[in-house]
Design a protein around this ligand. Structure first.
Ligand code: SF4
Ligand SMILES: [Zn+2]
Length: 260
């Protein structure tokens, strides 16, 4: 299998997976979305809430806010030494205490771990009028996207790598213009593919149709273009490394069971 990274930043990585199968690409996608753990608020204890929103609405909103996660600092509750009782190794406490008038935003939520804070500071939580107040303590835990999407580290999708063969095209301008992704350009009176633009092709088939079949398009059955995005809890690179570790762990367990 060959892997080529086409684009890599903190929150998005695009890479090719070559000489593999759709099942393998999909396994990586499922593990990434469903199995990589992140922190999210699971319990909220309200001391006071005289805002216009019910406790449940505020708690739901808090639960969906991504939290910067260091996987080395926290254990999954069912794998912690405390056996799910709750301790500093598997729980993160956060506090919110604001009196109106104010717009309560994510930045007002104070975490007991400075490395594990809500990521998007300005996300609104609730608006308080004069003398309205909100006071609560929230508990965040590690969890997995397969139990609730609030724990998912991001989104991953893939598409088949296009294979394009350009024959003798007579309507060059029309073919170049028909592509919604700007894959083609006119070079020396012929249709040619713009450098690195092939990866943008979404296999719509317009070029084949407009060219009357002189441009041939075929999705590869063995090569894929994969895009992994992160919601911010983990960098996309860390989430992918964790995906690989989880796959290793599952295969090792499978091999052990086979040997029994
Ligand atoms: S299939 Fe569609 S997107 Fe891909 S090169 Fe042809 S026209 Fe462009
Ligand atoms: Zn614990």
């Amino acid at each position: 299998m060959n892997i080529t990274v086409l684009n890599n930043d903190e929150n998005e990585m695009i890479f090719t997976l070559e000489k593999t199968t759709p099942a393998f690409a999909n396994t990586i996608r499922r593990l990434y979305i469903d199995e990589v753990p992140t922190l999210a608020i699971e319990d909220v204890e309200f001391r006071q809430n005289s805002s216009i929103h019910y406790d449940e609405t505020v708690a739901h909103r808090l639960g969906l806010m991504p939290i910067k996660t260091d996987l080395k600092s926290y254990n999954l509750p069912d794998k912690c030494k405390c056996e799910g009782e709750g301790c500093a190794q598997c729980q993160l406490k956060m506090k919110l205490n604001v009196t109106g008038p104010a717009e309560v935003i994510a930045k007002d939520v104070k975490s007991t771990d400075p490395k594990a804070t809500l990521i998007h500071d300005k996300t609104p939580i609730v608006k308080l009028l004069k003398d309205q107040a909100i006071e609560l303590e929230a508990t965040a835990v590690l969890g997995k996207g397969r139990n609730h999407m609030k724990w998912s580290p991001g989104h991953m999708y893939y598409k088949y790598m296009p294979k394009i063969a350009i024959g003798t095209v007579t309507n060059v301008d029309e073919v170049v213009e028909c592509c919604p992704k700007g894959v083609f350009e006119k070079k020396g009176g012929k249709v040619s593919i713009v450098k690195n633009k092939l990866f943008d092709c979404h296999l719509c088939g317009a070029c084949e149709k407009v060219s009357g079949g002189t441009v041939k398009l075929e999705p590869s059955g063995t090569d894929f273009i994969v895009c992994a995005e992160s919601w911010g809890q983990l960098s996309v690179k860390d989430a992918l490394l964790e995906t690989c570790a989880i796959m290793d762990e599952k295969l090792t367990e499978f091999a052990k069971l086979l040997k029994k």
